[in-house]
Design a protein around this ligand. Structure first.
Ligand code: NAP
Length: 280
């Protein structure tokens, strides 16, 4: 197929690498000329330009820009593309965005490949990033069935695990398993940095090992990504944070009152409850 990708960063570049490897011809558009050049050198695209008009030949466009640029980008594409062209996005938050993008382009289907790293930009793009990771499509009542089928096929070709859900349900679920963990992990790092005794702080830094590496990873990543999650998924994230605060209060009470039975029950529940979130 003839594929277009707007935004040649971690996600756009990674999609390009894999789709080209599968034999698709890929046209890329990015903001900076240097990114376009690097995308060609890295093999993520066959053709690259800063001009959205260059995507006229393509059958499918993946919009992989930062979330705030999704709407202006699709509005701009709408003035340039043939109406048979399918547009999809990769935004990490779906909610009302899907309906707004569908209004701009009826042949639109929302999508979110649930894969990433702490890096960004074209140099961070990786082959096989999506293999065995969920790729969720979020069609709404008016989404064109052929658009859903086409993007579902491409996601399957990327060897991702294909899922479907309502855009608002998506946002509530990712608030729990993606956006809340970033905030919890960030507050863990802030707590450690708040240690007032320099000798203890230095000792903690020297003693930190795999447990701290695991629990601090998502809170120590790209600040823009965390900010984006809070700005674009505010209501669902807030709900998660408030529930979490309640859980912290419960733990404080159990520890304060030496309620070891209560604490043990809590930890037994969490030990048993973790695995369904980590399906192989
Ligand atoms: P990224 O690495 O920063 O890539 C975004 C790219 O968009 C940049 O490389 C930038 O290219 C380009 N860009 C910026 N403004 C543009 C414009 N006006 N026109 C065309 N291209 C433009 O970020 P990312 O992590 O790939 O995230 C991109 C999207 O994927 C976001 O919507 C995010 O929600 C979603 N997503 C991210 C992850 C993740 O874990 N990172 C996972 C799933 C989905 P230049 O270099 O040319 O400036």
């Amino acid at each position: 197929m003839k594929i277009g990708i707007v935004g040649l960063g971690l996600i756009g570049g990674s999609i390009g690498l894999d789709l080209r490897a599968l034999g698709h011809e890929v046209w890329g558009v990015s903001a900076r000329a240097s990114t376009c050049d690097r995308a060609i050198v890295r093999g993520a695209v066959d053709h690259a330009s800063q001009d959205l008009g260059s995507l006229q030949p393509v059958e499918v466009v993946f919009v992989c820009t930062p979330i705030a640029l999704m709407e202006p980008t699709v509005a701009n594409l709408a003035a340039q593309l043939d109406e048979a062209t399918i547009i999809t996005d990769v935004a990490s938050v779906k909610g009302d965005l899907v309906a707004r993008l569908t209004q701009l382009w009826p042949n639109f289907v929302g999508g979110h490949p649930m894969a990433g790293t702490a890096e960004n930009g074209i140099e961070a793009a990786l082959s096989d990033l999506f293999v065995n990771n969920p790729y969720v499509l979020t069609p709404i009542a008016t989404t064109v069935p052929r658009a859903i089928e086409t993007i579902a096929q491409l996601a399957t070709d990327l060897r991702a695990k294909l899922l479907y859900c309502d855009p608002h349900h998506h946002d509530r679920a990712v608030a729990l398993i993606s956006h809340l963990p970033v905030m919890v992990s960030a507050s863990l790092i802030t707590t450690c940095l708040g240690e007032q005794n320099p000798a203890i702080l230095e000792l903690a830094q020297n003693l930190a090992s795999s447990g701290f590496r695991d629990t601090s990873r998502v809170g120590g990543g790209n600040p823009e990504l965390g900010l984006m999650m809070a700005q674009h998924n505010q209501a669902a994230l807030l709900r998660g944070l408030q529930t979490y605060r309640g859980e912290i209060d419960r733990l404080i009470q159990q520890v304060e009152t030496a309620d070891w039975t209560g604490l043990q029950t809590t930890l037994e529940k969490t030990a048993a409850g973790r695995s369904p979130f980590l399906k192989p």
